[in-house]
Design a protein. Structure first.
Ligand SMILES: NC(=O)c1ccc[n+]([C@@H]2O[C@H](COP(=O)([O-])OP(=O)(O)OC[C@H]3O[C@@H](n4cnc5c(N)ncnc54)[C@H](OP(=O)(O)O)[C@@H]3O)[C@@H](O)[C@H]2O)c1
Length: 340
């Protein structure tokens, strides 16, 4: 099938409020030798898209300026060095940007197949949170079966994935969220206990839930205001993994004593600046260890709302309201094609 020359895409009229995003047109991106070109059927909205739209998270050099870090669709072209995907394959991909468009390129190693029985919307809901959770909770945080973990932002896109995977791999899972409704959702996703941080002190509750021991790994997206309580909530040899600073990145009067005394590890990472090889290594582990779990239906994406691409402003407004539970998705083309 011949490809069009131009495509619909979300353009930005400067940085700022959701209304800076407009439907526009542009040329199709060209795949580099190690990339595929995907006809996008669905794309995920992620909190980093909000930061990029506001101008505080610019795309790395060489990346598409178009928003959109994850897509699902069909491979329509491939660079000369691509051997593992062919035209017609249905993939979901962690992109380097450019997902809010009818066509998007992605490095071949960052693509994965649609799990069994998935449509494009569900497949597109996977890459950003599964790559992030695998890299931070399991690789950097070294969470193992039999351990205890605390997931902050339990109903965020990241949080619902973290809760499900931690439980699937045998951990006891606690989560925080801002309302009783969100806490109930965390429990439905497999959390052993959820803490409404607006109603009670999460550190006191973790102490009580763990008989004073604390948890082995904390996945945190809040940062500064949680720092001291996070340290108090970790067990001996505990690991704190920082993936965002929604509550600020700085803290006054932080006391490192407990880090030394209880042999704690404080670490963190971002996903976007990693190399293709590094992201490909995460993809390979996901394919081996997590995709069979998705194929079997033991974990699944949680989708709060789906909007057509031309309602992207509404999708961003919902994310900024923080009322959603799970993922917010965009449909771009004919998205409801089920996989075999
Ligand atoms: N480092 C990485 O590699 C990486 C990769 C992807 C995403 N991230 C980060 O991970 C976080 C979650 O991403 P996501 O796409 O899953 O986001 P999301 O679905 O929008 O969820 C964010 C949640 O954080 C909670 N929250 C706590 N304090 C907040 C505050 N001060 N302002 C706003 N929300 C607050 C909110 O839930 P409550 O109402 O329960 O508070 C909100 O629903 C984002 O900060 C994102 O930038 C990091």
């Amino acid at each position: 099938m011949a490809l069009p020359v131009r495509m619909r895409q979300i353009a930005m009229d400067g940085a700022g409020a959701p209304e800076v995003m407009k439907i526009g047109t542009g040329e199709l991106p060209e795949p580099k030798p190690d990339e595929v070109l995907i006809r996008v059927l669905a794309a995920g909205v992620n909190r980093p898209d909000i930061a990029q739209r506001l101008g505080s998270y610019p795309p790395p050099p060489g990346a598409s300026p178009i928003l959109g870090l994850e897509v699902a669709g069909e491979v329509v072209a491939a660079g000369d060095a691509v051997t593992d995907w062919k035209i017609g394959d249905r993939v979901c991909a962690l992109t380097n940007g450019g997902g809010y468009a009818e066509y998007c390129t992605a490095p071949a190693p960052q693509c994965l197949p649609w799990p069994k029985g998935y449509d494009a919307v569900r497949a597109a809901a996977l890459p950003e949170t599964f790559f992030t959770v695998w890299a931070n909770l399991f690789q950097a945080g070294r969470l193992r079966g039999g351990e205890k973990t605390l997931i902050h932002g339990g109903t965020s896109g990241i949080g619902v994935t973290a809760i499900q995977l931690a439980r699937e791999f045998g951990a006891t899972v606690y989560a925080t969220a801002g309302t009783d409704e969100k806490c109930a959702a965390c429990v439905r996703f497999g959390c052993d206990a959820a803490i409404n941080y607006n109603a009670e002190d999460f550190a006191a509750r973790i102490k009580e839930l763990t008989g004073g021991r604390g948890v082995d790994v904390i996945l945190d997206m809040v940062g500064g205001s949680y720092a001291t309580r996070n340290i108090r909530s970790l067990a001996m040899d505990g690991r704190l993994v920082l993936i965002a600073f929604l509550g600020g990145s700085k803290v006054a009067d932080f006391d490192f004593t407990q880090v030394m005394v209880r042999r704690l590890t404080i670490t963190g990472s971002t996903m976007r600046p990693r190399t293709t090889a590094q992201k490909g290594q995460i993809a390979a582990e996901l394919r081996e260890k997590v995709w069979p779990v998705l194929d079997a239906g033991r974990c699944a994406p949680v989708i709060d709302a789906t909007y057509p691409l031309d309602q992207v402003v509404e999708a961003h407004k919902l994310m900024e309201s923080s009322q959603h539970i799970g993922k917010i998705m965009l449909t771009v083309g004919q998205s409801m094609i089920a996989s075999g």
